[in-house]
Design a protein around this ligand. Structure first.
Ligand SMILES: [Zn+2]
Length: 284
């Protein structure tokens, strides 16, 4: 495994007009699935560690597993902290060997978000680690949000300019109508706002809530400046559906290696499909 900073990986993607997949890992098999897909497609990938898996397994065991499996892999990887919730957590990730950290202060008022993100940025940059910030709110599909509220959540262009200038971040997650989880209907993306933001902010832009967004919309978003797409739900779904299928056919299959081995293959195919959609194959 070749480790690369988030900045290098994403600057190349924005300049090259393709997207890097940031795929969430949850256990040993999901790490293996992402590494295998990246290697087979020769694609740069981010392996994301999110807050749920930090609570259930812990940051350090996840990083050590990635490093361990990575020894036998040719993949180009950046280990990424997803939705980092504090300065302390970002520092812990940096100490453990992450190449990129997200600090998500988007639920705070702008001033506090700026102050906190800048603190993370300064510390991370001092040791060569990249930082993703977020502006605008990305909700969950399960959230009951009115149309007016949805509009208010979309990233504001002038705030984005100020946020980027004052924090020194390397990539910016924006809210343009996507949500975390699986959509009930088709999400309506605010391409007008994305184009406006991309025209004044040269940084790689990040799209959260990539699961279930139609392929055409993803291609268009990449063409307009999105350089990193987070995919989690669709991967967990591929893994879970394959496990369910095996247990439905054979409820007495208690060999977890068999069940999760098959689930891993199913998830690997899903990751490969996303890499091809994002155009990052052969860029590793
Ligand atoms: Zn997210």
């Amino acid at each position: 495994m070749k480790l690369q900073t988030g900045k290098k990986m994403l600057d190349r993607a924005r300049a090259g007009g393709y997207g890097v997949g940031a795929f969430s890992a949850h256990n040993a098999e999901t790490i293996q699935a992402i590494l295998a897909a990246a290697e087979e497609e020769q694609a740069p990938v981010m392996i994301q560690i999110g807050q749920r898996v930090i609570r259930s397994i812990g940051m350090e065991p996840m990083v050590r597993m990635i490093e361990s499996f990575g020894r036998k892999s040719e993949a180009t990887v950046a280990i990424h902290l997803d939705h980092g919730n504090s300065f302390e957590q970002a520092i812990e990730a940096i100490q453990l060997g992450f190449q990129t950290v997200m600090y998500d202060g988007s639920h705070h008022p702008l001033e506090i978000n700026i102050a906190n993100t800048r603190k993370v940025s300064e510390a991370a940059h001092a040791v060569g680690i990249s930082v993703e910030g977020e502006l605008g709110r990305i909700g969950g599909v399960e959230d009951d949000i009115s149309v007016d509220e949805k509009d208010a959540m979309v990233t504001d262009v002038n705030e984005a300019i100020r946020y980027v200038e004052e924090t020194g971040i390397d990539s910016l997650a924006i809210s343009i109508g996507t949500a975390h989880g699986l959509y009930k209907g088709e999400p309506k993306l605010r391409f007008d706002r994305l184009a406006e933001i991309a025209s004044v902010i040269p940084l790689p832009l990040v799209l959260h809530g990539g699961s279930g967004v139609p392929d055409e919309a993803i291609r268009k978003a990449i063409s307009l400046g999105i350089a990193k797409i987070n995919v989690d739900t669709e991967l967990r779904q591929a893994f879970a559906l394959k496990s369910q299928e095996i247990w439905r056919n054979d409820p007495d299959e208690y060999h977890l290696a068999i069940v999760f081995g098959a689930a891993k293959e199913a998830m690997k195919e899903k990751v490969k499909e996303k890499i091809r959609l994002f155009g990052s194959g052969g860029r590793g």
